[in-house]
Design a protein around this ligand. Structure first.
Ligand SMILES: [Zn+2]
Length: 407
């Protein structure tokens, strides 16, 4: 038997163990906004990793402050010159504490459903079992750095600098976020989160209307202008998703606020939107408008390096007898942060399933086995891959500065 059929056989034998690990992991609730649960979840993850993979060669624990802590575990080869691959996994979920009491994990046939299974606990289980498979079957492995973060679902406020630091010291970045119908994600949009505040002047709307300056009237005009910036052909969407203002029907509104989610596919579009926001003006000279917020995650373009990494993954899938597709998506992840550093990034290597952030999120167990094999085969290929050329590294500093320019 060749190593690929050994891998497929080994993985199928471990199916019950993998499902059990996912079950236990999902039963540890890890909402992004509950530090105590995040701490307990991360402690369990570390113990579980120790059981499955043994002691890491190096361990770094970074305090996440109000958000989840960050744990970095290095699994090194015997050769320092082997390629370094950083694997990004977030352990936080969008599900609040107590969700499990109404929604217990279920297994029906090939489907496993439970809070956080698809986004992205199954992805982490796959990676861990892929590393275990590679070790037990004696397959080649690069140096692997596992970065576990607990604030991805809230925009990675604490983990971002840590992800940047750790990813920079690697040759490729693999992100075990959920797939898109099995396709990996080689491009993601950048996301801007902005707030607009308008201050006007209150007055009696019936008795003294001319004394008032309506913040709501001003905001309505601004919203129309902002929504007009959506440009589907260029991949730009502008959504004012939350508006508040005023106090009573018979009072001219003194204040109004709006919250925006903006997605762009290119740096050029991000700069265009920046200019629009900088030039927003009120019609009434006495109304005051301020814009706060910024670009939360930079655009993840499909770079040449990422294309090469995808080809490597495709070749690994071919060895396993299936086709691997790629796609670009509007959602952002920590892959955007790594891509902005100029690194090759392959995202969406995680679960096959559906329903991220929805009450029915589920994963395919067969898919979990297939992706485990894919990860092992990909890591074997990356072991042989040469390091990034130096010019790419030189560009990295510059890109890091640009990525941070709006923070
Ligand atoms: Zn996720």
């Amino acid at each position: 038997m060749n190593v690929i059929s050994d891998l497929v056989t080994w993985t199928s034998l471990k199916r019950p163990d993998m499902v059990a690990d996912l079950f236990t992991y999902v039963c540890h609730e890890t909402p992004s906004d509950d530090k105590a649960l995040l701490d307990a979840g991360l402690a369990w993850i570390e113990k579980w990793l120790h059981e499955r993979l043994g002691k890491p060669d190096s361990r770094r624990h970074v305090d996440g402050g109000a958000w989840g802590d960050i744990l970095i575990l290095d699994y090194a080869t015997d050769n320092e010159d082997d390629a370094w691959v950083t694997a990004l996994c977030h352990y936080d979920t969008v599900w609040s504490a107590g969700t499990l009491t109404q929604w217990h994990p279920t297994i029906e046939g090939d489907r496993f459903s439970g809070p956080g299974a698809f986004d992205m606990k199954a992805g982490t289980v796959q990676l861990v079992w892929a590393l275990k498979a590679s070790k037990e079957l004696g397959m080649p492995l690069p140096n692997v750095r596992l970065v576990l973060t607990g604030d991805e679902e809230v925009g990675s406020p604490s983990s971002r600098p840590v992800i940047e630091r750790e990813a920079l010291r690697s040759d490729a970045v693999l992100v075990f976020e959920a797939s898109a119908d099995g396709a990996v994600k080689t491009a993601r949009k950048g996301v801007g989160l902005f707030q607009i505040q308008i201050t006007g002047r209150e007055a009696h709307a019936g008795l003294d209307p001319e004394a008032g300056v309506s913040a709501i009237d001003e905001m309505a005009r601004v919203i129309v202008e902002l929504h007009a910036q959506t440009d589907m052909d260029n991949g730009t969407t502008v959504n004012v998703g939350l508006v508040k203002g005023g106090t009573r029907p018979n009072v001219t509104a003194g204040t109004a606020t709006a919250e925006l989610d903006i997605r762009v596919s290119s740096e050029g579009e991000a700069r265009r939107i920046d200019a629009v926001l900088d030039n927003l003006a009120t019609r009434h000279p006495e109304a005051v408008l301020t814009v706060t917020g910024g670009w939360n995650r930079p655009v993840m373009p499909r770079s040449l390096q990422t294309g090469k990494l995808f080809s490597t993954a495709q070749a690994a899938a071919t060895q396993l007898g299936f086709d691997l597709n790629e796609t670009s998506v509007g959602g952002a992840s920590d892959g955007n942060i790594a891509a902005a550093l100029g690194l090759p990034v392959l995202d969406g290597l995680g679960a096959i399933g559906d329903g991220a952030h929805a009450r029915n999120e589920w994963i395919s167990i067969d898919g979990m086995l297939e992706r485990t094999c894919l990860t092992s085969a990909l890591l074997a290929e990356l072991h042989y891959d040469s390091k990034l050329p130096t010019p790419e590294r030189l560009l990295t500093e510059h890109r890091l500065q640009r990525a941070n320019s709006r923070h």
